[in-house]
Design a protein around this ligand. Structure first.
Ligand code: SAM
Length: 431
């Protein structure tokens, strides 16, 4: 495998950080996202400008929005209903009127100003969200004043964004999403949610919650909408964000794709449904465990929160060794599902690449941002394994661009990790 050092150019670009100051991209930050600049630099290095791009793991739409702004058609697929909404809203920003948004903001502000003391909370099957003074619970995610503030906002959005203003509703909901962690008693610790140290004493007032929300609406969203250039009459940039599981939906997309730029979930047992619980449960996407389970199941095999079948996997030496080790007595695993997750991860990715191949134009290029992982101190070279799995089914790996080293929490893995614990971009070509 041709491993090339891209640390100087890519180390920052494979993170979401640069997007935090770019209009529209900054509407909702996603730790697991990459930067618009990464997408742009990949498109600009192509000898022939691509016409159609595809991202099977669209997230909050970084690839789609960057393509949109470059006048390139992009098809993307996203399995989380919340991320799907964020991507959709952002890639439709040119349809928004700044005057309408301003009027709606003023009306919502007025509604919030007149908020009454009692506010109904939705019925959620999960009991962890609300402080309930009558129960024996010792922990809750939102203090009463905060959940009141949140549902004041939800109600105001519902009342104001009706009829012709319905398309604006989701933007306000996404603004609310950006403040949920700040006003809650928990934080995203990388794998799930943990309670903040001072959560019992730190209580935001209802009005403070309103103000956080209005600040984001005015200082981020409204500012970006106001600064938009008027579009010419014939402005048309096709964009297609599809909701669902790309392992299935990929078979339905159209042919003629020139380039794929994507970042699948990493093989790091992160369950997005867990990490984004606040957004999913509080904003009406999930109210029952069954619904949560269904969203979990639609994710690429990359976490151990559901029972996983023992599937076959691509016959790559590095993968065979890894699976043999993980299934042996030598491996000390924190979850017995890990070997099946590793099998399933590479099986899913190889199947996806196989289903995608007929949709690609000859010589189409694929850029896949991934990270290596370690379990029981055994480092799994995800980039090399994916590249080799792709080579078995009609792709050539041109290079693996090493973007940056990544940290490992285990001491022993640290010793072994020289060069191997890395985040990278795999460059494939259809042959
Ligand atoms: C690393 S993130 C991609 C972030 C994206 N590059 C961005 O900057 O917004 C991976 C995304 O894949 C999504 N995902 C996981 N499994 C999926 C599946 N089977 N089909 C479609 N999307 C999936 C996750 O919900 C998550 O949004």
């Amino acid at each position: 495998m041709n491993l090339t050092d891209y640390n100087n150019t890519y180390s920052n670009l494979v993170t979401f950080l640069p997007n935090k100051t770019i209009p529209i991209h900054r509407w909702y930050p996603l730790v697991e996202g990459y930067s618009s600049e990464l997408v742009k630099s990949i498109i600009e290095e192509q000898e022939i400008r691509p016409q159609v791009c595809f991202d099977p793991f669209g997230g909050i739409g970084t690839t789609a929005l960057t393509c949109y702004d470059m006048g390139i058609e992009c098809i993307s697929i996203e399995a989380s209903p919340f991320f799907f909404d964020v991507a959709n809203v952002k890639t439709n920003y040119t349809n928004l009127s700044s005057a309408s948004f301003q009027t709606l903001t003023r009306r919502i502000e007025l509604e919030l100003h007149n908020s009454k003391s009692g506010i109904k909370h939705p019925k959620l099957e999960s009991r962890t969200f609300f402080e309930d003074s009558g129960s024996q619970k010792t922990k809750w995610i939102f203090h009463q004043s905060v959940s009141n503030g949140i549902f004041d906002i939800v109600r105001s959005i519902d009342r104001v964004c009706r009829d012709e203003f319905l398309p604006y509703k989701k933007i306000f909901i996404i603004s609310l999403a950006t403040i949920l962690q700040e006003v809650s008693n928990v934080f995203k610790n990388g794998k799930c949610l943990s309670y903040k140290k001072n959560w019992k004493t730190k209580k935001y007032k209802r009005k403070e919650v309103h103000n956080f929300f209005l600040k984001h609406v005015k200082e981020v969203i409204l500012e970006d909408i106001n600064s938009m250039q008027p579009q010419p009459k014939d402005f048309y940039r096709p964009n297609n964000v599809i909701f669902g599981d790309s392992r299935e939906k990929v078979r339905e997309i159209r042919e003629g794709i020139d380039i794929v730029i994507t970042s699948p979930p990493y093989l790091n047992s992160r369950d997005y449904t867990d990490i984004y619980r606040l957004e999913l449960w509080m904003l009406g996407y999930i109210s029952t465990y069954e619904k949560e389970r269904n969203i979990r199941k639609s994710a690429l095999t990359s976490h151990v929160q559901i029972q996983l079948p023992k599937v076959d996997y691509p016959p790559i030496e590095e993968l065979v060794n890894a699976v043999n080790f993980l299934e042996s007595d030598k491996a000390e695993l924190w979850n017995p599902n890990i070997p099946n997750m590793v099998r399933g991860y590479f099986n899913d990715i190889q199947n996806l690449l196989s289903d995608l191949r007929p949709k690609l134009n000859p010589n189409a290029k694929l850029y896949i941002n991934v990270s290596n992982s370690a379990y029981s101190n055994y480092i799994i070279e995800v980039d090399v394994i994916i590249a080799k799995a792709a080579e078995l089914i009609g792709y050539e790996c041109e290079e693996i661009r090493i973007a940056r080293p990544i940290k490992t929490s285990s001491q022993q893995a640290k010793k072994m990790s020289i060069d191997k614990m890395r985040e990278s971009v795999i460059v494939l070509k259809k042959i």
